[in-house]
Design a protein around this ligand. Structure first.
Ligand SMILES: *[C@@H]1O[C@H](CO)[C@@H](O)[C@H](O)[C@H]1NC(C)=O
Ligand SMILES: *[C@@H]1O[C@H](CO)[C@@H](O)[C@H](O)[C@H]1NC(C)=O
Ligand SMILES: *[C@@H]1O[C@H](CO)[C@@H](O)[C@H](O)[C@H]1NC(C)=O
Ligand SMILES: *[C@@H]1O[C@H](CO)[C@@H](O)[C@H](O)[C@H]1NC(C)=O
Ligand SMILES: *[C@@H]1O[C@H](CO)[C@@H](O)[C@H](O)[C@H]1NC(C)=O
Ligand SMILES: *[C@@H]1O[C@H](CO)[C@@H](O)[C@H](O)[C@H]1NC(C)=O
Length: 452
């Protein structure tokens, strides 16, 4: 090819680069090599208890399936008495929700299947699929049917407008957002947080004492990285309330690695100095007024303030051009989402048995995902305003993303095999990292303001 023709081609390629093209295949040598070339630092911030339809329900970016574009979605007030009528998703939710929705495993069962004890055999066989009709009924049961029904149903069905969540809106419009990303477990925070960093909750289905007692023996990303010479720090908000998730594991304590668990204020100075480790994991505070995880009754605007602080610090720091920032949530927190969670491979043979409010026992086999949660990839190396749909597992089958997709992808970056079958079966997302960096990423995010 002549030099002039080559220059012409280069000019053409530069012009075409504005299209958020993702030509590579997940799990391919080319996309894995590109990930390793471009990304040196990964930052993971896991917020609390919000579904896609709730938090991103008002986003108008095409490709995101949500109530403002595809709804409204409705739930009956009472599943067994249709005469009580229905209530539908509507725009604007509260900055603070005082009645935390149910997100125990049985609560999620009711929200998805309309029963605390859905038939596991029929679920596994595909004959019983979630209807997503029980969110309002369960909220009314939990907080007394005598309370203000409008207020309770609004809390679980309504969604935030783009103006209410300016930080998230800017991130959605400037980076990659997933349309089909689910929590690993249809249950509460600690089991989901453990699964995110180790691929399993080791049979735990509630926020029990074992999490505080460092009782988890399975391999975590923290152990994996240390043993292969990679650096990590688990920064945590010292106001407390979530994690620190590296502290769940016996290994962290037995091997004297607790010095890698540090206060969040160190994150800001490390980011400014360019001394963030290869893997940064951030625990927000939770769960009451004044905390910043977005968990009820913490304010949504306080959560946005934390996300902005983390982004602004990374964007201003010297490591930005090597960084992939993954913003996700632990679970849906009992907020409505219209997409039925799919089945997934069991990570291990452990089960969790609980007693439901109706007095029955229910055994969960960890063979299905929780609801959709907001997840974004934020980096100069990802497309602008790109909505990722479902992904592919290593066999090329199209499946929904889950929290295990993080471990699946980081295994490619830092050369480790999937910790278990659940992680192995998860789609990876390294193909969303592009071959050239953008220079148009926002310098700072908008300042969120409290609302009603
Ligand atoms: C739903 O309706 C049934 C039948 O009328 C009633 O027994 C039950 O108490 C109602 N549940 C709630 C949460 O209002
Ligand atoms: C119920 O709550 C709604 C929304 O907050 C409010 O507009 C309405 O006045 C309340 N109704 C009663 C009877 O308190
Ligand atoms: C490790 O876990 C066991 C239970 O699995 C617990 O009894 C023990 O205290 C833990 N050890 C440390 C050092 O945290
Ligand atoms: C643990 O780490 C501290 C500080 O890094 C060090 O002084 C101490 O000797 C270590 N202990 C063990 C048992 O490795
Ligand atoms: C990152 O890359 C951009 C575009 O290539 C460049 O303008 C900027 O100076 C780089 N920033 C740092 C901190 O290296
Ligand atoms: C789970 O149990 C099955 C049947 O007993 C066994 O074949 C399999 O190896 C077990 N899986 C794990 C991860 O232990």
């Amino acid at each position: 090819m002549q030099a002039s023709a080559l220059l012409g081609l280069l000019a053409f390629t530069a012009a075409a680069a504005a299209i958020p093209a993702t030509p590579r295949q997940a799990h391919s040598d080319a996309s894995i090599q590109n990930l390793k070339t471009q990304i040196k630092n990964v930052v993971v911030l896991v917020m609390e208890n919000r579904s896609v339809d709730n938090l991103l329900g008002g986003q108008t970016l095409k490709g995101l399936e949500n109530p403002i574009q595809n709804g409204p979605y409705c739930n009956p007030y009472n599943l067994t008495n249709p005469a009580e009528g229905t209530v539908c998703s509507a725009s604007r939710d509260y900055d603070s929700i005082t009645d935390d929705p149910d997100h125990a495993i049985y609560g999620n069962n009711f929200q998805f299947y309309g029963s605390f004890t859905p038939d596991n055999a029929r679920i596994a066989g595909g004959q019983l699929t979630p209807s997503q009709q029980g969110f309002v009924h369960e909220q009314l049961r939990l907080y007394s049917a005598a309370a203000n029904r409008t207020e309770l149903s609004t809390q679980v069905m309504n969604y935030y407008t783009e103006q209410q969540v300016p930080v998230l809106t800017t991130l959605v419009q400037n980076f990659v957002v997933f349309n089909h990303w689910h929590s690993d477990i249809p249950g509460p925070t600690d089991p989901n947080r453990a699964a995110l960093v180790s691929g399993t909750s080791y049979g735990h289905g509630s926020n029990d004492m074992a999490f505080l007692k460092h009782a988890f023996p399975q391999r975590s990303i923290f152990q994996q990285l240390t043993e292969t010479g990679h650096s990590w720090i688990n920064y945590y908000d010292t106001a407390g309330g979530t994690g620190p998730d590296a502290g769940f594991f016996n290994w962290t304590y037995n091997t004297n690695n607790t010095n890698k668990i540090r206060p969040l204020k160190n994150f800001y100075s490390d980011a400014a100095a360019g001394s963030l480790p290869e893997f940064t994991y951030i625990n927000p505070s939770c769960c009451g007024v004044g905390t910043n995880s977005m968990h009820p009754s913490g304010l949504i605007s306080d959560g946005e303030r934390l996300i902005k602080s983390v982004y602004d610090a990374l964007r201003a720091g010297p490591q930005w051009n090597d960084t992939l920032f993954i913003l996700s949530f632990d679970e849906t927190g009992g907020f409505h989402d219209h997409v039925p969670p799919p089945l997934a491979l069991r990570p291990d043979n452990r089960t969790y048995t609980t007693r439901t409010p109706s007095g029955e026992r229910y055994t969960f086999e960890f063979n299905r995902l929780g609801g959709r949660i907001p997840t974004l990839l934020i980096s100069p190396w990802v497309g602008k305003g790109y909505v990722e749909q479902k992904g592919r597992d290593a066999q090329g089958k199209i499946v929904s993303y889950s929290a295990s997709s993080i471990l699946r992808t980081l295994g490619y970056l830092w050369d480790f095999a999937p910790f278990n079958a659940r992680v192995e079966g998860a789609p990876s997302f390294e193909h969303l990292v592009r071959t050239s960096a953008r220079s148009d990423t926002p310098v700072v995010l908008p300042i969120p303001v409290p609302f009603r």
